[in-house]
Write a protein that binds this ligand. Structure first.
Ligand code: BES
Ligand code: ZN
Length: 857
């Protein structure tokens, strides 16, 4: 198998670059179809590499106009992937390479390299986009100082670092910090900036600028505020100050990803910058805060210390995700943030780890590196660091990080370097812990308790399932945060972190009374916990666990058990204990409204399909949908009075504020309305809220309920919403997503087919494509229609997008990774679509790798 695997890059093949780069001088003469790039690069032999090697420079889609070495013209050997010169052509002590290349940014639809968006020039160079700009050793372990000159009529012309000169039609920039090419950025356009400043702990003044298209400047305030809070947080939590006089953010409408941490010049998908109360939801504000922080935090964890090669991606991404999670937890509610992160981890990473695309946090081979910016690298990568911190403690964690920055500043590092600072700072041997980086698959943690004569025996065992290419696994280090509850619900003993290192281990505790054990508190390890408990015991934990995560988890598990039992047996009705436990949580005014909203949210259709498969049963999307609807209706009936009361009392007074307290009230109120609407299929209450809403959060949640119920007023409400917002790209994205994701399965496909013909379906824009096609693939009952029409629709669109934007196509093809969960009929239908895609000879390398890996196991 695996045509795509020919040409795979392997971790074990790493070799240092033969030539280092000292300085790079770039001149851009901007032109939509013929931008000229002149590069002057000073090369020096790398003392760490074997001497006497030739020169290889990566380069793709470039037209080479001229090339010289130390001023003398040369004729390199040019292929579609780069160019080379033999050692004999190179002065051994170093030389200056100069080349002129021509590129066509207006035709660059891949949004990788230099491209255009709404007339503005913009770059995206991670992971390998710089090679589409000029010939260069485009690898992260080659770090150099850049000087950039931009020529063009645009009002604003930006690059990394500090401005060093500008005049009519030109601007020059210099970045004093050596950096890999993937952090290079250039922006030019008629933009407007929203300005502010920040004074660092050591008293340096940093100018802050957010550049946007004219008209968007009044939607930057929240992003700016989040940036200043991020700068302050990194000083306080990690002792890290910003290191240039200027920090810039640019918002762009056409962007494959969320955002990018280019040195001093972050580039953002505009949806993660622009916000106003009437156009952005509470969730949008939260995401903006988190992503601004994430990209800012990369300045130290990614930019000052970068990756030796792309296999080490988790070195910067796992760590930076962990840092942004902690930041958001500090800004808002820690337990609520933890629950949200675990929900995401399970939905994306556990899903990936259980299927054909499973790979270790540090992969060992890839065909297309862009396919490895995955939930495993990011989110499991962050979990691994969270476990490290728990095992060594907060103080030693901070000491290890101090050592990391001190020892490795300015370097391109590996996971070995990272673990070594922890070993040196703590004296711990991390050899077994390192398995978290090399073994794929979500470990199963099994727990059994026994109590007799004042002694509690806790038996823990672990098993790591086989994954592609890894049939056998060794036991891992699993930190299990454990609490003990007395029969009256109080803590019977202090909580402790148990370390499971063997396949099976027995722990004993002296306990005069039989406690209820609360395991894996705060989700202390990314594992699947299997423990037989009675519904009564779960209800006890829901009522009493002093760990808020496990309190939520108990409710979640009970709801999952109930829903899956109902899906398997249509005669079964909703468990009374669950309904009353949820209603009691809803009514408990001492609990954070955001926590209550999460606890009241039943597991999604997708989560139930995944759980079902995890428990060894094929998932039936229609049965799951039916069970979930019945269960939600039962909760709505059991809690009708409470929900009505919450809805009446949790209005948010005063002007809209995105801050956590108000957002929590809106979340709880929307959850209550969700239940109220279960018993009100005409959507009277939701329609009233839709009419009265003064912010996007309420407007969209009301509209979602009308669409979910297919209420008589839904069509008119959708039209009203469209008319009001048709000029606003980000809001129209929401309008597409909502219909694709929320429409009932009977009508969803027909609607999205219609919407795909709508004049506003600009499918070449990744946000718009994801809104409609991705939204539909995230509507499980519709996507998994038994006749396969949902699969066909999505595959058709992926095939249409692939030639113009392989990165986004490949990423979205992951919607097929779960085929093995379903019954043979659906399996065959999904595989047929994948085979149809694989049979297209011109399919991109990106999409081919994903499709073939999904088919391959
Ligand atoms: N470095 C990445 C952006 C990136 C990803 C570039 C893939 C090239 C290929 C950036 O720091 C990042 O991780 N962005 C995330 C958002 C973040 C909050 C997790 C993204 O874009 O999804
Ligand atoms: Zn990142």
């Amino acid at each position: 198998m695996r045509d795509a695997m020919h040409g795979a890059v392997r971790l074990t093949d790493y070799a240092p670059a033969p030539w280092n780069v000292e300085t790079v001088e770039l001149t851009f003469a901007l032109d939509p179809h013929a931008t000229r790039v002149t590069a002057r690069i000073r090369f020096r032999p790398n003392p760490a590499a074997a001497p006497g090697q030739g020169l290889w420079l990566d380069g793709e889609h470039l037209e080479l106009v001229s090339a010289s070495i130390d001023g003398a013209p040369v004729q390199p050997d040019v292929t579609t992937e780069g160019l080379s010169l033999p050692a004999a052509a190179l002065p051994a002590e170093g030389f200056t390479w100069e080349a002129v290349t021509e590129i066509d940014p207006a035709e660059n639809t891949s949004l990788d390299g230099l491209y255009m968006s709404n007339g503005m020039y913009c770059t995206q160079c991670e992971a390998q986009g710089f090679r589409k700009i000029t010939y260069y050793p485009d690898r992260p372990d080659v770090m150099a100082r850049f000087r950039v000159r931009i020529e063009g009529p645009q009002r604003v012309k930006l690059s990394n670092g500090n401005p060093v000169g500008a005049g009519e039609g030109w601007a020059e920039w210099e970045d004093p910090w050596p950096k890999p090419s993937y952090l290079f950025a250039l922006v030019a356009g008629d933009l407007i900036s929203h300005d502010d400043s920040f004074t660092t702990a050591s008293g340096r003044e940093v100018a802050l600028k957010i550049y946007v298209r004219p008209g968007d400047e009044d939607r930057c305030a929240y992003a700016m505020d989040a940036l200043k809070r991020s700068m302050e947080w990194d000083e306080r939590a990690y002792g890290r100050e910003y290191d240039l006089d200027l920090f810039m953010i640019v918002a762009v409408d056409d962007f494959n990803m969320g955002a990018m941490e280019n040195k001093g010049l972050n580039i953002f998908n505009s949806k993660y910058v622009l916000a106003s109360p009437d156009t952005a939801t509470d969730r949008d504000y939260e995401l903006i805060e988190g992503i601004i922080a994430h990209e800012y935090f990369h300045n130290w964890t990614g930019n000052r210390i970068t990756c030796r090669d792309w296999f080490q991606l988790c070195l910067k991404e796992g760590l930076t995700v962990f840092r942004d999670q902690c930041f958001s937890a500090d800004q808002r509610s820690e337990p609520v943030k933890r629950i949200a992160d675990v929900l995401m981890l399970r939905a994306r990473q556990f899903r990936e780890d259980a299927g054909p695309l499973a790979h270790p946090v540090r992969p060992t081979e890839y065909v297309e590196i862009n396919n490895f910016y995955t939930a495993t690298v990011y989110e499991k990568g962050a979990e691994v660091i969270r476990m490290l911190r728990l095992l060594v403690g907060d103080a030693l964690y901070r000491q290890a990080l101090d050592l990391y920055f001190e020892r490795h500043d300015g370097q391109a590092c590996t996971i070995e370097d990272w673990l070594k600072v922890f070993e040196d700072a703590t004296g711990r041997d991390l050899a077994q812990f390192a398995l978290w980086y090399s073994q794929a698959g979500t470990p199963r943690l099994r727990a059994r308790t026994d109590w007799a004569e004042g002694v509690l025996t806790l038996t823990l065992s672990q098993e790591v399932p086989p994954t592609p290419g890894q049939p056998q696994k060794a036991p891992m280090v699993i930190p299990v945060a454990t609490g003990f509850l007395a029969p009256d619900g109080s803590d019977a003993a202090p909580a402790q972190v148990l370390e499971l290192t063997q396949a099976e281990q027995v722990f004993t505790f002296e306990m005069p009374e039989q406690p209820v054990v609360s395991l894996l508190r705060g989700f202390s390890a990314p594992v699947i916990l299997e423990m037989a408990r009675s519904p009564q015991e779960r209800a006890f934990l829901i009522a009493h666990d002093s760990d808020p995560f496990n309190r939520w988890e108990a409710a979640r598990t009970l709801a999952t058990d109930t829903a899956l039992a109902m899906a398997a047996d249509p005669e079964l009705s909703a468990d009374e204990g669950l309904v009353s436990a949820l209603v009691a949580l809803a009514a408990d005014g001492s609990l954070d409204p955001a926590f209550r909203a999460l606890a009241l949210t039943l597991p999604s259709r997708e989560a139930l399909a995944q759980e079902s498969y995890q428990r060894g049963t094929q998932a039936d999307p229609d049965a799951i949908e039916r069970a979930l609807t019945e269960l939600a209706t039962a909760v709505a009936q059991g809690g009708a009075d409470v929900f009505a009361d919450l809805y009446a009392r949790y209005e948010t007074p005063g002007a809209y504020s995105p801050e956590a307290g108000d957002a929590a009230r809106r979340a709880l109120r929307a959850t209550a309305l969700g239940y109220i609407t279960r018993l009100d299929p005409r959507g009277i209450a939701a329609g009233t809220l839709f009419g009265a809403a003064t912010n996007m959060t309420e407007s969209l949640s009301a509209l979602g309920l009308l669409v979910r119920e297919d209420a008589p007023s839904a069509t008119a409400a959708l039209a009203t919403f469209y008319d009001r917002w048709q000029a606003d790209r980000l809001v129209i994205d929401k309008w597409f997503t909502l219909q694709a994701m929320t429409s009932p399965s009977g009508v969803a496909l027909e609607r999205v087919q219609q919407l795909a013909g709508h004049g506003d379906f600009e499918w070449k824009n990744p946000n718009r494509f994801r809104a409609l096609i991705g939204g539909f693939a995230a509507n499980p009952t519709a996507f998994h229609r038994a006749d396969g029409a949902g699969y066909r629709f999505v595959a058709d669109w992926l095939l249409k997008l692939d030639p113009i934007n392989p990165q986004t196509t490949a990423r979205m093809a992951g919607c097929f990774e779960t085929w093995a969960r379903y019954e043979p009929g659906r399996q065959a239908l999904i595989r047929a679509e994948l085979e149809r895609m694989a049979a297209v000879p011109t399919l991109s390398k990106n999409t081919r790798e994903i499709v073939e890996r999904i088919l391959g196991s």
